[in-house]
Design a protein around this ligand. Structure first.
Ligand code: ADP
Ligand code: MG
Length: 345
């Protein structure tokens, strides 16, 4: 049964050659042996990321198989994008309830979610292995692998005083989508806006092209999975740790202008009734990139992003005041209540 699943649904997502053919040809080995065997291109470093998704925790239990698979891989590719790595492979630890494993439609839909996301990136990203077990709760652990030119990974720790803070796409839409999915639907959203929020939640679009454009350009980057404030906080914490190692005494902080946060049409409609800043500041599941960049590098990047129709918003600046502060319509805005973000424990 387990091997039927692997042969039928997972092997087709793998490298084009079987492990036996690869053995004959002396090429890379994917699914079918005890481990995958991969060649490391000269001058590259391997970037490995891992994310686990648990039904009922990371996605609503009624999420369809296609979206579950899409999201599990997309959140991993989002991590690679934040590091400016180009994905080439992923592995899949799958704990599957019997009713999913025995449902051919469910399994086919699940495999299609991976295949369609990979196709949408325009890259070759092969499933190279994994593990399949039975479980009461659907749980997926995907680990994606990418290459980056030696020394060129963008880290959280590189922010510098005076850097501009930039985000891609819109913020808070994942949190809005979750409300829609849980039928706690905010008043005032059109059917189209609800669907847009749901799609945004269920099928995140990893910002791989942007990640590539940021290589050698951005000082620091992170993907926004737990809310802007928490993730920007990670950039500051990590950058300050590095500054201390360098013997610097000043402590980096950030100022953001709330008026500049990018909001979807649905979010703007809600804001017309009630400006709930917790959504774009602390909502999870956005999978946009937040990065910091020098003043000189900003304008050329914005130009090339525009050519590639990647929406970017400059939302603030790194300073030496040691914490995240915000303003709204030119007035200071207290963030204390929102600095939490999502934490599992
Ligand atoms: P082992 O017992 O040696 O750990 P398995 O029997 O678990 O191997 O798996 C057989 C092959 O199928 C291995 O190459 C493994 O990587 C692959 N595999 C198992 N589960 C998955 C999965 N969910 N996705 C992709 N490949 C898988
Ligand atoms: Mg084995």
């Amino acid at each position: 049964m387990e091997f039927d699943l692997i042969n039928c649904y997972f092997a087709p997502l793998g490298l084009s050659q079987s492990s036996e053919q690869a053995a004959l040809d002396g090429t890379d080995i994917g699914i079918g042996d005890d481990g995958a065997v991969l060649s490391v291109p000269a001058g590259k470093q391997l970037v490995v990321v891992t994310d686990t998704l648990v039904s009922g925790v990371h996605f609503p239990e009624n999420t369809c198989a296609y979206d579950v698979a899409w999201k599990a891989l997309a959140v991993n590719l989002s991590d690679l994008a934040a590091m400016a790595a180009t994905p080439f492979a992923y592995s899949l630890g799958l704990s599957l309830p019997t009713e999913c494993a025995t449902n051919q439609d469910w399994m086919a839909d699940f495999a299609l979610g991976f295949a369609d996301l990979v196709a949408s990136t325009g890259l070759s990203i092969a499933l190279i292995g994994g593990d399949t077990t039975r479980s009461k709760v659907l749980t997926l652990t995907v680990s994606a692998k990418g290459w980056v030119d030696y020394g060129q990974a963008i880290l959280r720790s590189g922010a510098q005083e005076g850097d501009y803070i930039v985000v891609s796409g819109v913020l808070g839409e994942g949190a809005l989508g979750l409300q829609v999915a849980l039928h706690q639907i905010p008043m005032g959203l059109s059917a189209q806006q609800k669907q847009a929020a749901l799609d945004y939640l269920n099928r995140p679009q990893p910002q791989l092209l942007l990640g590539e454009l940021l290589s050698g350009v951005a000082h620091s980057a992170i993907d926004i999975s737990d809310g802007l404030l928490q993730d920007l906080g990670h950039i500051l914490k990590s950058s300050n740790k590095k500054q201390r190692l360098l013997g610097e005494t000043k402590v980096l902080g950030a100022h953001i202008e709330l008026d500049r946060l990018p909001l979807s049409a649905g979010m703007q409609a809600l804001f017309a009734e009630n400006e709930n800043w917790a959504w774009p500041l602390s909502g999870g599941d956005d999978y946009q990139l937040c990065f910091t960049i020098s003043a000189e590098a900003l304008a050329p990047l914005l130009a090339v992003a525009q050519q590639n129709t990647i929406p970017l918003s400059v939302i603030g600046q790194i300073n030496d005041r040691g914490k995240i502060e915000a303003s709204l319509r030119g007035q200071p805005f207290a963030l204390d209540a929102m600095l939490a973000g999502f934490q599992h424990f």
